[in-house]
Write a new protein. Structure first.
Lengths: 459, 121
């Protein structure tokens, strides 16, 4: 269950479950199972291609489907549909099948519940570092091995622990999804007045005859964030009073109402910003010169070490800047730097999403056709070797800058709402906003500047 | 145990098939991939070229030997071990639960009527 984190107000939009089509899907026994089986089949094809298909990423359908289609579309899906992807993720089905067959159903260890978010942070940083150093994206073999390792972790979790412990407490993508889903447009909540009179012994949480228990350990009666709801609709099926609502809300709205901010979640937001910056940087001409300077400083030519240093600096810079802003703001409002960091780290999330989308947009629009080419090659059709671009560079850049502008506006407004929120110290509220706003504008400009520099390569 | 043995046998069969498939595949016959220049990107290419990459085979290079059989075998073996371990634990847990339930049941059961002639004085 959600013990901490941002809490939004009661949902005010129309309940989407009042629409017959949405309600039919949510109550259907085929949802989400049918979609899960489809994704499992696609996953099997991808894994087969990655492990046993062409060694060249250029000709590998698994690489194209994973890194040109799925990966760039994922942040968009998080923003529009929250963690819906997690409901249909093939790993979820693998975990469920293993659990049904041999699951021991041990309770999730307390340390995992407590430090899971830090494990997610560490995994996310480690995997993005390894991706660049070992060329996971550019190597079908590397991508395949990463998927096999993830599958093993999922099987272990399903075999020994309850529900989808891996998805909730370990999955690095789930951590990113959780952060982005907070900025998303869908909110699943329960009607408190109905829940107060419910006698069904928490069928929404424990499961019932209609559907299994909530796989993400969320109790709809107390849910106040969509960070850990994967919209699997089990609670909707199990609720005997139709007390669950699914409403549309303004993007980033959940971030405006923070009661108990968590340092680890804010740190993940900062880390994502640093990772997007370094990923963009390595695509540019200037990266060669920077790498040479790092080599001179470390005295080694090991790319793993030198990239690791650049990577650590890239993550540290936004973190230190946010810490500095928190210290400056603390002089005016008397808040500790730790609290300021934890509270205003959430304001980075809209800019994170925008920068991530802008970065991925290049891959999607500049290489989108390659999926069709590799698929055609797979069935023996060879001849479609034209441009892989779906849009020209001018269009892509215009879209990138538009996204960044929207993300910056969202971040600034979120910071404004956070400083007005109930958890904020009363003293020096307006002055508090200044250092955080300066930081956000600075990061927005830095991202835009990186998109304007000449490219050398991409990751 | 029977179920666990079946699962293990299935996993081992999958591992053997994967290894055989990998061996038949020749252990890698593609091109060498520079991990830092994926998918046809040239270092130092002008910016405008990046919005319209020419899709086609990259420069030919020596084939790369991948330890496919070893990796797939290790994957299958490790997962089989996990599944087997869980199956054994689950069976043990079930046996313990049954034992505890039997004890509780025996405590709840009312005492049999005293035998004739054994009433306390």
């Amino acid at each position: 269950m959600s013990a901490a984190g941002p809490a939004g107000p009661e949902p005010s939009g129309r309940n989407l479950l009042e629409y017959r089509a949405v309600a039919a899907v949510a109550h259907s026994r085929l949802y989400p199972g049918l979609l899960q089986w489809v994704t499992v089949l696609v996953f099997a094809l991808i894994l087969y291609q990655l492990m046993l298909g062409p060694d060249s990423a250029h000709d590998n359908l698994g690489t194209a489907l994973t890194w040109v289609v799925w990966w760039p579309l994922l942040p968009i899906a998080f923003l529009l549909l929250g963690r819906f992807w997690c409901a249909v993720c093939p790993f979820g089905l693998v975990s469920d099948v293993v659990q049904r067959a041999v699951g021991v159903q041990r309770a999730v260890p307390r340390w995992l519940k407590r430090y899971g978010i830090w494990i997610i942070d560490a995994c996310f940083i480690l995997i993005t570092w390894a991706d660049h150093v070992f060329g996971i994206v550019g190597s079908p073999w590397g991508s395949g091995v990463l998927l096999l390792m993830t599958t093993t972790a999922v099987v272990a979790s399903g075999a020994f622990l309850q529900r989808r412990a891996f998805c909730r407490y370990v999955c690095f993508l789930g951590g990113v999804a959780g952060n982005y889903a907070r900025a998303g447009m869908l909110a699943l909540r329960a009607k408190p007045e109905v829940c107060a009179t419910c006698t069904s012994r928490a069928a929404c949480f424990n499961g019932g005859t209609a559907a299994p228990a909530c796989p993400m350990f969320e109790f709809p009666r107390t849910i106040d964030s969509n960070a850990n709801c994967n919209l699997c609709a089990h609670c909707i099926k199990n609720c005997p009073h139709d007390a669950i609502t699914l409403t549309l809300r303004a993007p980033t709205k959940e971030l405006w109402f923070i009661r108990r901010p968590r340092l680890a979640e804010s740190f993940l937001a900062v880390a994502i910003m640093g990772i997007v910056l370094i990923q963009n940087l390595t695509m540019l001409d200037v990266w060669g010169g920077m790498l040479a300077r790092i080599e001179a400083a470390t005295g080694t030519t090991s790319y793993a070490v030198n990239y690791g240093v650049g990577f650590a600096v890239a993550i540290s810079v936004p973190a230190l800047l946010l810490l500095g802003a928190a210290r400056v703001a603390g002089r005016w409002n008397g808040e500790s730097a730790r609290n300021g960091f934890a509270r205003f780290g959430y304001a980075l999330i809209p800019l994170d999403v925008a920068a991530h989308l802008a970065h991925n947009l290049f891959h999607l629009l500049a290489e989108g056709k390659s999926v069709a080419y590799t698929a055609a090659a797979l069935v023996g059709h060879d001849g479609a070797h034209g441009s892989a671009a779906l849009a020209g560079l001018g269009t892509i850049r215009a879209l990138q800058f538009t996204l960044l502008a929207l993300g910056l506006a969202g971040s600034l407004y979120t910071a404004y709402r956070i400083q007005r929120g109930g958890a904020a110290p009363r003293r020096g509220r307006r002055a508090t906003l200044v250092p955080y706003a300066a930081l956000l504008v600075g990061l927005g400009i830095l991202n835009a500047w990186l998109f304007m520099l000449p490219m050398a390569m991409r990751t | 145990v029977k179920r666990a043995s079946t699962t293990l046998a299935a996993c081992l069969a999958v591992a053997a098939l994967a290894a055989a498939g990998a061996a038949a595949h020749g252990g890698g016959s593609g091109e060498r991939q520079d991990p830092f220049t994926p998918r046809g990107h040239d270092h130092g290419a002008p910016a405008d070229e990046h919005a319209g990459h020419v899709h086609g085979p990259g420069p030919s290079a020596e084939p790369v030997e991948r330890p496919r059989a070893a990796v797939l075998g290790a994957f299958a073996g490790l997962n089989a071990a996990i599944v087997l371990g869980a199956a054994v634990l689950r069976r043990r847990d079930a046996a313990r639960r049954a034992l505890v339930a039997a004890r509780v049941e025996s405590r709840r059961r009312p005492l049999p009527p005293p035998l004739p002639g054994s009433e306390p004085r």
